[in-house]
Design a protein around this ligand. Structure first.
Ligand code: CA
Length: 715
């Protein structure tokens, strides 16, 4: 149908990669010269593994193994891997996208939901498209204005925006073809995940479960942008009746009875913000469902019921959205234990026979192997330090929880906690080594029941006092006294999914390291928070090569080839939930703008020289404040400011020029003077007097920082 345009634009197309001798024959469509950019159809997608020169969907193929069968770059020659090109973005917010590559053209998104088409061999910009998102929506993004990438189909590129649109762009011209608002933009919905395209339908979820929304997944016609089906992951208000959606039947049959209280007032949660995986063998779509809203099950559901389909993997029919099966990893979710983490499909030999399984390492710290045909649990073991449950009972598929895990009375030291033992960062599976490579983390937190919880629409709602100063006793989930000491870290973990045992690990100082890519060259690539992009030997974890990218890397890499040359490409740029909420140790540095870096053997290029810019000095006002006001401000700061201003990306309020100016502070916090940059007015949640109390608290913190800076103890 697009043949005429396809032929006419052929001259613009970057050369198709030559086939490598080590690769199986390419699909016949691949040899045809008569096709335009992003000419991906069902046949090509189903056989994507036979076109290793391309990376046409999130994770490489529908199996989302984040594995390349290319082996031109391998453990024998990776020492000669050099920068081939870089392409710089215009923002220093978090870069989480995985670049797609089709026939020599790279499609990637950046923070603030911008889309780019680049020559995959040179980095030359072919076009870019900025949907000019509503800046004020940033306040509804729990975890930074990130975007995890695009999808391609039939000459179009699809991506979601932080303000909830799904946009189709012409892959040749970079001009929008259609745009659909997928959410109620008055509510706190955002989109950060990459869409997937299955049989001509674009599948997209959303985020916002920290802010009081109800999760769902939608399928849109790729040609027209018309809604085909929608699946709600949690029930709505029973008084409103059915939604007229694909989920109506199963919510009525299975889910409604697992909810109690007045959850709909808080949205219920269950957003599907990352993993949406199509199974080409069984023609099923797997949805990874998020946490409850609010987190605290006591508040959300009066402490009763499993709350389906929170923290579950749900299999649906991709044509209709109708339910097939589900497996709930964390019944009665109460900790932000999402099941949204990356899902990998594989055939594993288990007990001597081949099984079609899916694998997931969700936040709750257990590695799950699930039979894709039935949804039955095959095995689940702890891949991290886990203190909330003893084990998963293989007969019932349910966790055996420790008695104090639900933090009903004392403060409970939870490990893992809301950041998870693994978040959205891609994990990779190498069929060659049989290992899964997980960017694993240890980020515990102290949880206590928020007895004065009051729902605030569009604001952070967890029902938990966490991370703040601990009052009273701290216990672990077994009930033993705990120091409540929070030590954080991360490592690259190689995990055998058949034996459910660790093969090796590489420790990192910090959590929030990059996604993993495995290749047939016996390599695993991963960036990290020190700004190094590293290649490890896949079977042993031996470090073989690294590149100084000048800024932390959190995204996952992809691999492709052009003109017979294999490339590995990754986005550089720190951010995401840890980026906005948690400081780095050491000097405070302004994070530089993000970029794409691509490597090949003998690439011969270098990044421009870089000198880290130190953040400005503490800027406390001269005036002093009453201790009572400071104390009040401390609580308000924790509840309203810290999740965005506690990290390294957004302004450190202790160093803000606005801090010493009472009127300017009011103009920003209450007046909304910086709304276009995402700092909305808090007038619905704070009185001017409360805003002043926060200034009083931050002023005290700024004075402490100033003293440390004078003593040479802080940057
Ligand atoms: Ca969450």
């Amino acid at each position: 149908m697009r043949l005429a345009r396809t032929l006419a634009t052929l001259a613009l197309i970057v050369a198709v990669a030559a086939c490598q001798s080590t690769q199986p024959p390419r699909a016949s469509a691949d040899a045809s010269p008569a096709r335009g950019p992003a000419a991906v159809d069902a046949a090509r997608m189903m056989a994507a593994g036979r076109e290793p020169q391309n990376w046409p969907t999130h994770g490489g193929t529908y199996y989302e193994q984040h594995y390349s069968t290319l082996d031109q770059i391998n453990d024998g020659n990776v020492g000669g891997l050099e920068l081939a090109w870089h392409y710089d973005f215009d923002t220093n917010r978090g870069q989480e996208a995985m670049p797609l590559v089709v026939d020599g053209v790279m499609y990637t998104t950046s923070a603030w939901s911008k889309l780019f088409a680049l020559d995959a061999a040179t980095g030359r910009e072919i076009w870019k498209y900025d949907p000019e998102v509503i800046g004020a929506k940033a306040v509804h993004a729990c975890c930074d204005v990130v975007n995890r990438g695009a999808a391609v189909w039939n000459g179009k590129v699809f991506f979601g925006t932080i303000d909830g649109r799904l946009i189709a762009v012409d892959a040749r011209t970079g001009k929008p073809v259609w745009s659909t608002v997928t959410v109620d933009q008055k509510q706190a919905y955002t989109i950060t995940g990459a869409p997937r395209v299955v049989k001509g339908k674009v599948i997209i979820g959303n985020s916002g479960a920290e802010y009081g929304v109800r999760g769902y997944v939608s399928a849109y016609d790729a040609e027209t942008g018309k809604l085909v089906w929608r699946f709600y992951t949690v029930p709505g208000n029973p008084a409103d009746g059915p939604d007229g959606a694909a989920s109506d039947e199963v919510l009525a049959r299975l889910a409604n009875k697992t909810w109690n209280g007045q959850w709909w007032k808080y949205g219920g949660g269950g957003t599907v913000w990352d993993a949406i995986v199509y199974d080409p063998d069984l023609d099923q779509l797997y949805l990874g469902v998020g946490n409850g809203s609010p987190w605290n099950h006591q508040i959300r559901s009066a402490g009763k019921g499993d709350n389906l389909f929170l923290s579950s993997i749900v299999a649906v029919n991709p044509d209709t959205g109708k339910y097939i099966w589900h497996y709930q990893e964390t019944p009665a979710e109460s900790w932000d234990f999402t099941a949204t983490q990356p899902i990998i499909l594989a055939d594993l030999a288990i007990g001597g026979r081949p099984r079609k399984v899916l694998m997931q390492a969700p936040k709750n710290g257990f590695f799950y192997v699930i039979d894709r045909a039935t949804g039955r649990l095959v095995s689940a073991e702890k891949y991290a330090n886990v203190n909330w449950a003893e084990k998963i009972d293989l007969k019932t598929g349910r966790p055996v929880e420790y008695p104090r895990a639900r933090y009903a009375s004392d403060t409970t030291f939870m490990n893992p906690a809301g950041i998870g033992a693994h978040a959205w960062h891609p994990m990779a599976f190498s069929p060659k080594t049989g290992l899964v490579y997980i960017p694993a983390m240890e980020v515990p937190l102290n949880y206590s029941n928020d007895t004065s919880f009051k729902f605030r629409p569009g604001r952070w709602n967890t029902g938990i006092n966490f991370g703040g100063p601990v009052t009273g006793k701290v216990v672990d989930p077994i009930g033993r006294p705990s120091s409540g000491t929070i030590n954080i870290g991360g490592h690259l973990l190689a995990w055998d999914p058949v034996t459910q045992k660790e093969a090796w690990r590489v420790p990192m100082g910090q959590p929030w390291n990059g996604g993993a890519l495995a290749t047939a060259g016996n390599l695993v690539f991963q960036g990290n928070t020190t700004g190094q992009f590293v290649a490890y030997r896949a079977n042993t974890g031996e470090k073989l090569w690294s590149f100084d990218a000048q800024a932390p890397i959190i995204a996952g890499a992809s691999s492709y080839s052009v003109n017979g040359q294999q490339y590995v490409a990754v986005l550089v740029g720190y951010g995401g939930s840890m980026g906005v909420a948690t400081p780095f140790p050491g000097p405070a540095i302004e994070q530089p703008n993000g970029r794409v870096v691509a490597f090949r053997i003998g690439g011969g290029k270098a990044l421009p020289p870089y000198t880290p810019q130190l953040k400005g000095p503490a800027a406390p006002p001269a005036e002093t404040f009453a201790p009572k006001l400071v104390a009040e401000g401390g609580g308000l700061y924790a509840a309203n400011c810290r999740v965005c201003h506690g990290g390294v990306i957004l302004p450190d309020l202790r160093r803000s020029g606005v801090l010493a100016d009472k009127a300017a502070w009011q103009e920003v916090v209450i007046g909304g003077a910086l709304e276009p940059r995402g700092m909305v007015s808090f007038r619905d949640n704070l009185t001017p007097q409360q805003a002043e109390a926060i200034r009083a608290f931050v002023a005290g913190e700024a004075r402490k920082l100033q003293a440390e800076q004078k003593a040479g103890k802080a940057g």
